[in-house]
Design a protein around this ligand. Structure first.
Ligand code: ADP
Ligand code: ADP
Length: 234
């Protein structure tokens, strides 16, 4: 079953006389449990695609359903709730709050929910175990490494058990070793916890962790690769 279905997606920027499409008739499906990479040259429309899927921006025309709900028709109030309940976000620059501890950052998505304290503690333990950040829960973001900050962001993204995790250049600010650690974590979330992930990246190394890579060029889907049995693991 599909987590995401996008049909005839268009996003046009500019005004009369100077109009060009950033997304031009995109059709896309992502099934539960997929780990999909979106690649393409600068200006191809990757961020625009991620923004309309993440409900941050609205398409000019076309439909998007996530978990069988039409997100284009939703008003802002419902979208806000929908994001909290159904989506998890990981950004290039971590987006952690510096005045909150790692633990407090992780539980932020649950702050407005009715989930009780015991269940929150259980989930904090679960996600911090998965991401290897148990021993920094009482520290502040500026006291830990960039890699640990991004794993904190990943923990925050999964604590509400989202239907879809959206990652925008998640390794963009990380060194090589921290990138590997984060990608291994995303891989484990995908394989062991069946998390569905859509990741925009410039980085071929990051893309090598995806099970399917979609290339976008000038606002249209260009080609896609599926990771097959031919892959050789070293
Ligand atoms: P990518 O993420 O692949 O680099 P983007 O989605 O950021 O590409 O941009 C796609 C195209 O849309 C580019 O030509 C970009 O200049 C244009 N674009 C993006 N955002 C805006 C905006 N807010 N206003 C006008 N044009 C935009
Ligand atoms: P609202 O302000 O509508 O209540 P939230 O504050 O609940 O929305 O934010 C929902 C999610 O959207 C958060 O995880 C937040 O990090 C993310 N978000 C906010 N701004 C952007 C953006 N410009 N691009 C992508 N995601 C964003």
């Amino acid at each position: 079953n599909n987590v995401l279905v996008a049909r005839n997606l268009k996003k046009v920027y500019g005004s009369r006389g100077n109009i060009y499409p950033a997304l031009d008739d995109i059709n896309l499906e992502i099934k539960e449990g997929e780990f999909v990479g979106i690649m393409g040259p600068s200006g191809a429309g990757k961020t625009t695609l991620l923004n309309v899927v993440s409900t941050i921006d609205r398409p000019t025309s076309g439909t998007i359903t996530i978990d069988d709900e039409d997100i284009v028709k939703m008003n802002e109030k419902r979208l806000s709730l929908f994001r909290r309940n159904k989506l998890g976000f990981i950004f290039q620059d971590f987006n952690l709050l510096d005045t909150l501890t790692i633990r407090e950052n992780i539980v932020l998505p649950l702050a407005l929910s009715k989930i009780n304290y015991k269940e929150i503690e259980r989930r904090v333990n679960e996600v911090s175990n998965k991401l290897g950040i148990n021993d920094i829960l009482n520290k502040y973001p500026y006291e830990v490494s960039g890699g640990q900050q991004q794993r904190t962001a990943a923990a925050r993204a999964i604590i509400n058990k989202p239907k879809l995790i959206l990652a925008d250049e998640p390794t963009g600010a990380l060194d090589s070793r921290s990138s590997s650690d984060l990608l291994q974590c995303l891989n484990d979330l995908n394989e062991n916890s069946k998390a569905t992930i859509m990741m925009v990246t410039h980085d071929a190394f990051a893309a090598s962790y995806c099970k399917r890579i979609i290339f976008i060029k000038d606002g249209v889907l260009f080609t896609e690769l599926f990771k097959g049995k031919s892959r050789k693991e070293f």
